[in-house]
Design a protein around this ligand. Structure first.
Ligand SMILES: [Zn+2]
Ligand SMILES: [Zn+2]
Length: 284
């Protein structure tokens, strides 16, 4: 599989590429701006050149970005809804400028409205944002969620509804997070449960919708609807699910990005990304 990780770009985008290469990533996910702020310093030509040069000089490829957590396309509040669209436009423009393959976004939470109103807001927001951005390298990737609170996108039925409604279908796709699927109730830790989920994907989503994977184990149990990532094989999901993914004819061909905790294992002093990537590669 093509395996990599989300890395920090502290000190500049090119530094992120160096970090990814140092731990042995084939692919890379970054934030192109502070993920807890609405505003961003515009990208300048030097940033773009440094990023492109760093990537082409490295063995790292398949770059994607994760959008800000502030964005809520499902919000019933007009101000937040509009702000979210504007932010998504900026994120998409940055992703295209950096020739990224995808921009991962959490669909949003309907708060005090309803599931169906929230789903329609997401369709409208994504359609408007895509309409305002020139087509480029980047696909907008809706991420499946754990379903915390009123967060939408925790079922493939909901994701299918979004994909079906959003205009410009060739510019959207799905990022599948293993921790979120498990927390949402998909029993991917057993062969039977994994096969069930795969059948759902085949039945509900258009072909080639899934463009990227987030490979995370889960601190919280099946169906908990709580999103807490754990190192691969050390959480409630366990290693088997990741073997099912790597061996899968569809999912095993996609780039998979870790979003597990950084730092080093206290016992061995080894970098956690190095450890998690090895656990995944040893399954192949
Ligand atoms: Zn995410
Ligand atoms: Zn998560």
């Amino acid at each position: 599989m093509i395996l990599g990780s989300h890395v920090s770009v502290a000190g500049g985008l090119a530094k992120g590429v160096a970090r990814a290469e140092a731990v042995g990533c084939d692919c890379i996910q970054v934030f192109t701006k502070n993920n807890n702020q609405w505003r961003a310093k515009p990208l300048v030509e030097d940033d773009i050149t440094a990023w492109n040069d760093a990537l082409s000089a490295s063995s790292v490829g398949r770059p994607i970005a994760h959008a800000s957590y502030l964005i809520n396309m499902a919000s019933p509040k007009d101000e937040l809804f509009q702000k979210s669209i504007d932010a998504l436009v900026i994120e998409l423009e940055r992703a295209n400028a950096l020739t990224l393959e995808g921009l991962v976004v959490h669909p949003g939470a309907f708060t005090d409205s309803s599931e169906s109103e929230g789903l329609d807001r997401i369709v409208d927001a994504a359609s408007e944002a895509l309409g305002r951005v020139e087509p480029g390298s980047c696909r907008l990737l809706l991420e499946n969620t754990a379903g915390q609170g009123s967060c939408l996108g925790h079922t493939f039925e909901q994701l299918a509804y979004m994909l079906d409604g959003i205009e410009q279908a060739d510019r959207i796709g799905i990022c599948l997070d293993t921790c979120h699927a498990f927390a949402a109730g998909y029993e991917i830790n057993t062969k039977e449960g994994f096969v069930d989920m795969r059948k759902k994907i085949d039945r509900l989503l258009p072909e080639n919708s899934i463009a990227a994977l987030h490979l995370n184990d889960s601190k919280k149990p099946l169906g908990s609807r709580v999103d807490r990532h754990e190192h691969i094989g050390r959480g409630e999901i366990g290693v088997d699910a990741f073997r099912f993914v790597t061996e899968d004819s569809l999912l095993g061909k996609l780039p998979g990005y870790l979003e597990t905790e950084k730092g080093t294992d206290e016992e061995t002093g080894e970098d956690w990304d190095v450890i998690n990537l090895r656990v995944l590669r040893d399954m192949e």
